[in-house]
Design a protein around this ligand. Structure first.
Ligand code: COA
Length: 175
């Protein structure tokens, strides 16, 4: 699976050529690379380049563990792909918790995470959920707010970061 080159699979205006699909265990190496690059390069507001935080955050982002997530019952690991390049990696549990949503640095701000988030929410709805929950990074907090998520709980640190924002969104209108 090749790396992402600027412009690969993406239109100038957004994520028109991005496809979303379920990950297979064979995707683990490429998906893992995206997770690690996204955390290391994009989430600096969270880890502040502190090696202890980064190491803790990256510790479970190995190809073996990502392959296990792809096969895990009760969990959907989804990829945004452009051509054969993995652009972003997300996951949602059958209980509607979004546990991953990481875009490759070179694919940032082109609508990829927005498209992936919509697919994760759609999967949660297919599994019978009316609400999605997640814990946002500092980096993505504004992104989730603009996607309709509201803060829902006291901020908590994860992997030694000072802020993780519990958030939720009603994904099916209540009657
Ligand atoms: C913040 C982030 C999630 C946005 O995803 P993306 O794929 O880059 O961006 P998208 O084009 O899909 O999303 C558009 C949103 O990103 C933000 N955004 C878009 N362009 C931006 C820019 N140039 N500068 C800052 N924010 C921008 C806005 O919130 C925008 O929503 P809006 O247009 O309604 O204001 C992503 O860039 C990022 O940093 N991810 C790091 C991993 C992470 O923290 N994941 C969350 C784990 S809980």
């Amino acid at each position: 699976m090749g790396g992402f080159r600027p412009g690969d699979g993406l239109s100038a205006t957004g994520a028109a050529n991005v496809a979303i699909r379920d990950a297979a265990p064979d995707d683990a190496v490429a998906a893992c690379r995206v997770l690690r690059e996204s955390i290391s390069c994009l989430c600096v507001a969270d880890h502040r380049n502190d090696p202890a935080i980064l190491n803790a955050w990256l510790a479970n982002k190995t190809p073996e563990i990502v392959a296990a997530w792809a096969a895990q019952k009760g969990n959907s690991l989804l990829l945004a792909v452009g051509g054969d390049a993995v652009l972003a990696v997300g996951s949602v549990t059958d209980a509607g918790e979004i546990t991953l949503n990481y875009v490759a640095p070179a694919a940032r701000f082109r609508g990829v995470s927005r498209a992936l988030l919509r697919a994760l929410e759609a999967r949660a709805v297919e599994r019978g959920n009316k609400r999605c929950t997640l814990t946002s990074t500092e980096t993505a907090h504004r992104f989730y707010q603009s996607a309709g998520y509201v803060d829902d709980g006291v901020p908590t640190g994860k992997f030694g970061t000072s802020s993780g924002y519990p958030m939720s969104k009603q994904v099916v209108a209540s009657r």
